[in-house]
Design a protein around this ligand. Structure first.
Ligand SMILES: *Cc1c(COP(=O)(O)O)cnc(C)c1O
Length: 351
């Protein structure tokens, strides 16, 4: 009954979403604050009759707002249903095994190998340095590769590569090999490489409204790059589902972008909480990797990530651990509100 390609699938396993029981959810890097009040205003005033019509296929207004926000032309912007969908289109358009494996860090977003299996793309995991940072100079040393992808800041470590380091990488990668920088967490203290896309025609930056804009439930992701790459993504999308983001998502993305003040306020609140939680954990014997994301990656000598996870789960707090060799003693903790983090810290104090 089933095709061979179906039988070979190995789907991504997302962080758990609890049912009935009330947890403090620090496991899937959602934003603890609601989206901009402008989103609520839009939803309350929205006319349901508008849903009778198809959404604007060119996403003109939203691309114009994003263009203002990112400083690139609307033609340099692709939008999809969450950055996961954008990434999937990228893998389809840019990577194939006949030109070598796709390179990505040994520990990074675990969706990358899933897309590889979906599209039958070989991949090679490049080890992290001993301090868990990505060693970008290792990548172009590989004899052949079809492309490179990494998250910056990386997940689940939270560690960040600077613009000059990425520029150096771009200078040593052949022009016909696409490099994707997944900037899902860039707004929490990193600096985006979007401006480099004007100089490097093979650099594509993927971003999302899920984390820093508190819109994970609306599924809004986008890519920025040379229009040649962007047109390829639209061609892939239009071969699959020619309609774009739904009407409501286009509108709430737009109004959320325009509320710069609220965005800055919530992001800086999260960064402030991150630094105080890091400090407290370090004072109580935890090692915390330097994070520029809305989560931290931490471990305590002598206990596994799974033990910390289970202890916290029994007490109503969800975090995430990864049973992968080299990082199995860490837990990844999303930065929540201050009161939620107080509860977490109290529990860990008695651990
Ligand atoms: C959360 C996340 C995504 C997916 O974001 P969506 O836009 O919600 O699909 C992509 N990449 C990384 C590294 C992430 O952590």
């Amino acid at each position: 009954m089933f095709t061979e390609r179906y039988r070979n699938l190995s789907p991504y396993v997302p962080g758990e979403q609890p049912g009935e029981k009330k947890y403090i959810k620090l496991n899937t890097n959602e934003n603890p604050y609601p989206p901009s009040p402008e989103v609520e205003k839009f939803l309350k005033a929205a006319d349901p009759a508008r849903l009778r019509l198809y959404p604007d296929p060119a996403m003109t207004n939203l691309r114009r707002s994003l263009s203002k926000e990112t400083g690139v032309k609307p033609e340099s912007i692709f939008l999809g249903n969450g950055s996961d969908e954008v990434l999937s289109f990228c893998f389809y358009a840019f990577f194939e095994s006949s030109r070598g494996p796709l390179l990505f860090p040994e520990h990074t977003y675990s969706f990358y190998p899933v897309y590889c299996s979906y599209y039958s793309i070989d991949y090679e995991k490049v080890p992290l340095r001993d301090d868990f940072s990505i060693c970008l100079t290792d990548y172009p040393k590989r004899e052949s590769f079809t492309g490179i992808i990494f998250a910056n800041p990386n997940a689940p470590t939270g560690m960040y590569k600077t613009i000059p380091e990425i520029e150096e990488l771009m200078n040593s990668v052949p022009e016909d090999r696409v490099v994707i920088v997944d900037e899902a967490y860039i707004d929490f203290g990193g600096e985006s490489v979007v401006p480099l896309t004007e100089r490097y025609g093979n650099l594509l930056v993927v971003r999302t409204f899920s984390k820093s804009r508190s819109l994970a439930g609306a599924r809004i992701g986008f890519a920025v790059g040379n229009p040649v790459l962007i047109n390829a993504l639209y061609a892939v999308k239009d071969s699959f589902n020619s309609y774009p983001l739904d009407y409501i998502s286009q509108e709430i993305a737009r109004v959320s972008l325009e509320d710069t003040e609220y965005f800055r306020k919530t992001v800086s609140r999260i960064m402030k909480t991150r630094s105080s939680v890091t400090k407290t954990l370090e004072e109580t014997g935890w090692q915390v990797l330097p994070s520029k994301a809305n989560f931290i990656f931490a471990r305590k000598e002598g206990v596994s990530g799974e033990e910390v996870y289970s202890y916290l789960k029994e007490r109503g707090v969800l975090v995430r651990y990864f049973p992968h060799r080299g990082i199995e003693d860490f837990v990844r903790i999303t930065i929540g509100r201050d009161d939620e983090m107080m509860t977490l810290l109290k529990l860990l104090e008695n651990f």
